[in-house]
Design a protein around this ligand. Structure first.
Ligand code: SF4
Length: 86
């Protein structure tokens, strides 16, 4: 009888689980790195028709955006603008 087989199985399961966790973690890191370039959403550092970044749901104070890369002005605007509710 081979007594090492269960050990190998459990090791395999453990390594598969760890591999999955690493893949999920690196996927999240990639998602954060993969913001949209400013040019792709026609970002401009000035408001448009009274709409500006600090009134957008994607705004991240003091100068960021959840979906657009780089430094974002609170007075900026892009075509992905979505007003905060309330
Ligand atoms: S208007 Fe565009 S750049 Fe500004 S916060 Fe909203 S999504 Fe980001």
């Amino acid at each position: 009888m081979n007594t090492s087989l269960p050990t190998r199985r459990s090791l395999l399961k453990t390594s598969l689980a760890l591999g999955g966790a690493v893949a999920v973690a690196s996927g999240e890191a990639r998602a954060q790195d993969q913001k949209v370039p400013q040019e792709a959403v026609m970002y401009q550092p000035t408001p448009k028709d009274g709409q500006q970044c600090d009134a957008c749901v994607n705004w991240v104070a003091p100068n960021g955006c959840k979906i657009v890369a780089g430094t974002i002005s609170p007075k900026g605007y892009c075509v992905a603008f979505a007003p905060k509710e309330g």
